[in-house]
Design a protein around this ligand. Structure first.
Ligand SMILES: Nc1ncnc2c1ncn2[C@@H]1O[C@H](COP(=O)(O)OP(=O)(O)O)[C@@H](O)[C@H]1O
Ligand SMILES: [Mg+2]
Length: 257
């Protein structure tokens, strides 16, 4: 099955080695975890994968597609989508509009011309709307369809972000701390959605960045652990949580008892 494969990938910001060369495989049909204390380099990895930052070294491939130097729109076209650690929504636009932006973002025609323009695009717009409503249904957000995104609770804004990423029907979904600040019950419900995304149909490749160890170990098939930009462990969840090196990295990290 197609995987996203990082080989010898590293990133240096001036004098700071944010990510030291490491290998990672994010496989379809699986949830791959990427954990580590604050400043470990987790978000930088997502920014490297998605073409936000240029790699200092190494290569990135998704199946036959070389993404090493691909700009963001090419990465999206190859089937990769992400969410952000810090919510990025249009607060005054409705939930539906925010999710639809995910669909249009990488199309040739602009959002405006699609919505108000040619009759030929109206059928497509209607189809997109149906797809948005099936996403809303999946996330239990149907009743908020026409609410301004900015009026929603923090957890619901996170859901809008996830739906916007999913609107592109990605093959690879990169989630940067999607359940941070969300209570355990809601997080578990989202975890079930992530699990379904990985296992249904052709199986999405899901990368889950998370600080909370328990959430990761319940959900992930395979886990990578970064600390100070260095890959200090990898393996099944059971293997990494019992690894003394990992335990030491997390000690004194009060957020995660
Ligand atoms: N654009 C940037 N310029 C300079 N330093 C950066 C930049 N982005 C991240 N860093 C640094 O790289 C390190 C890793 O950051 P980050 O990937 O955000 O960690 P994490 O997501 O694991 O908390 C940190 O020391 C951070 O300050
Ligand atoms: Mg981060």
């Amino acid at each position: 099955m197609t995987s996203l494969v990082l080989q010898g990938v590293s990133k240096r910001f001036g004098g700071l080695q944010a990510v030291s060369p490491f290998n990672m495989e994010i496989a379809r049909g699986k949830i791959t975890g990427l954990i580590g204390p604050n400043g470990a380099g987790k978000t930088t990895v997502v920014n490297l994968i998605t073409g936000v930052y240029k790699l200092s070294q190494g290569s990135i491939r998704f199946g036959d597609v070389d993404l090493t130097e691909a700009p963001r729109h090419e990465v999206a076209r190859a089937g990769l989508a992400r969410t952000y650690q810090t919510i990025r929504l249009l607060p005054d636009a409705t939930v539906v509009a925010n999710v639809m932006i995910g669909m249009y973002r990488h199309q040739k025609t602009s959002l405006v011309s699609q919505l108000f323009g040619l009759p030929s695009s109206r059928a497509e717009t209607a189809r997109f709307r149906d797809e948005v409503f099936s996403l809303l249904d999946r996330f239990g957000m149907t009743r908020y369809a026409d609410y301004p995104a900015g009026s929603l609770s923090y957890g619901d804004q996170r859901r809008v972000e996830m739906m916007r990423a999913l609107a592109l029907k990605p093959q690879v979904l990169l989630l940067d701390e999607p359940v941070a600040g969300i209570n355990e019950v809601e997080a578990a419900r989202l975890g079930e959605i992530f699990r379904d995304l990985a296992t249904e149909g052709d199986g999405m490749a899901v990368l889950l960045i998370e600080h909370n160890m328990r959430f990761v170990t319940n959900l992930c098939d395979y886990v990578y652990v970064l600390d100070g930009g260095v890959l200090i462990a990898q393996g099944t969840a059971a293997q990494v949580v019992n690894d003394p090196v990992v335990i030491t990295a997390y000690l004194g990290d009060d957020e995660d008892a």
